[in-house]
Design a protein. Structure first.
Length: 118
């Protein structure tokens, strides 16, 4: 019985680590500010000053579950302050059926899209 319980705890721990820290393949880091037909979604907190001018929507990750229905069903460019917010936010959006084409981490250079995945 202890072995089954321990196995279940290990599986749940591995799942949470995967969800938070494992990169999402197929979504590249790009600077897409100024492109048309792409909705820029900012997942940073409301209290973080944004340096981006053309942000279409700002929904912090903490409020994403409540307000994801307000996001238009177009290709998304996700902006966040760190990799964990990108991982969690993009996984949530993909699970809800949105198309995420790229991401950007504020304060981290994308190097022209060389970084593949998160």
């Amino acid at each position: 019985m202890i072995i089954y319980l321990l196995s279940a705890v290990i599986v749940l721990l591995c799942y949470e680590l995967f969800r938070r820290y494992f990169p999402i393949k197929g979504i590249t880091c790009k600077n897409r500010i100024g492109e048309k037909d792409i909705v820029i979604l900012d997942l940073r907190g409301y209290n973080e000053k944004g340096t981006l001018k053309n942000v279409a929507m700002q929904i912090p990750y903490a409020y994403l579950r409540r307000h994801y229905s307000e996001i238009p069903n177009q290709s998304l460019h996700v902006v966040a302050s760190d990799r964990m917010d990108i991982n969690l936010g993009v996984r949530f959006l993909l699970r809800k059926g949105y198309s995420v084409s790229s991401f950007e981490i504020i304060g981290c250079a994308c190097k022209g899209g060389i970084i593949d995945g998160v």
